[in-house]
Design a protein around this ligand. Structure first.
Ligand code: SF4
Length: 312
């Protein structure tokens, strides 16, 4: 017998399994939030070349201009929409996105693609901004202080394709590599199996208009004609890949929308995208309470002669 009591002579201890989720989650949530707070302290909004009030490519495709204006003018988000996920969980979702991005870069390089993810100085050293290597992207709509109000970053730019193929590759691989043009921007996303299936069925354009706008405006501003999109299904670890070319007319439309919002003084300058607050167009809006509060009819006290039982 192997003495698992290490000679202590103590009798068998009763198993006392317990659910440690509550205390452990509290600690991990705190750690995730603290990590993000420290990162924000270093890189915080408005500290670099991008202005505090700006429109990022990730939101440029917001369908409702009024919603985009609430975001641009820094109105606080509704607690109800943010409350769907606790803050620690949201931070971990973001981290899963960063992990997906980093691992996909590793795997792309291993497969023979030449991909650049960050800018470099003329001597080849990383170009730093607010203590972190600077990603590729674009900036536009400058302010007199030199900061920009419209900006977007891209996860990578593919500048080279595999030169030699491993033996046994399907014929489609060589054919596909012949079609693929470089440079080509690369955008990485992750999702649940349900989300992945939607992208397989509808492509990026039908899957999420905000992603579609992000990709097209980034391509248009950077002057790159092709994109490669990847979505990793975190339930099954399958990828959806999509390759395509820039839709300049759509990029222009979306960019014009952003410029109108940047030039505005208030969200009230924009029409509501739907009359009915329960419309699906408003369902995921973070600013519903602001938007609808402003249209609530003002309660005016009834004059005495209108009161029940009053005699004329
Ligand atoms: S509630 Fe609807 S109309 Fe109002 S800002 Fe949001 S999306 Fe636009």
């Amino acid at each position: 017998m192997i003495d698992l009591n290490h000679g202590s002579g103590a009798g068998p201890s009763a198993a006392s399994n317990r659910d440690a989720s509550l205390p452990m989650n509290a600690l991990i949530d705190w750690a995730c939030i603290e990590e993000s707070r420290l990162d924000y302290q270093q890189r915080g909004s408005g500290k670099g070349a991008v202005a505090y009030k700006r429109i990022g490519a990730g939101y440029i495709g917001t369908k409702c201009e009024r919603e985009l204006a609430y975001r641009f003018h820094k109105y606080p988000k509704d607690a109800s929409t943010e409350g769907d996920y606790p803050e620690g969980q949201l931070k971990r979702h973001a981290s899963a996105g960063f992990w997906t991005e980093a691992k996909t870069v590793d795997w792309l390089r291993l497969a023979g693609f030449n991909i650049t993810t960050h800018q470099t100085n003329p001597d080849g050293t990383p170009l730093m901004e607010n203590g972190k290597p600077k990603q590729w992207g674009f900036m536009s709509a400058p302010l007199p202080n030199g900061q920009f109000q419209l900006a977007g970053e891209v996860d990578g730019v593919i500048v080279g394709k595999p030169e030699r193929l491993p033996p046994g590759m399907p014929a489609e691989v060589e054919k596909w590599l012949g079609v693929m043009e470089v440079p080509c921007i690369w955008e990485s996303k992750k999702g649940t199996h349900k989300k992945y299936q939607k992208f397989v069925k509808d492509g990026v354009k039908g899957g999420d208009e905000r992603y579609w706008a992000q990709i097209n405006t980034t391509m248009a501003y950077m002057g790159i004609k092709a994109y490669l999109f990847s979505m990793l299904d975190l339930d099954t670890m399958q990828y959806y890949w999509e390759y395509g070319s820039v839709d300049i007319a759509f990029a222009q439309e979306v960019s014009d929308r952003a410029v109108r919002v940047i030039a505005s003084k208030s969200p009230d300058e924009f029409q509501r995208v739907a009359r009915d607050p329960s419309s699906w167009l408003c369902r995921f809006c973070d600013y519903r309470s602001h938007c609808r509060a402003e249209e609530a009819p003002t309660q005016v006290a009834a004059p005495g002669w209108m009161k029940m039982g009053a005699q004329a």
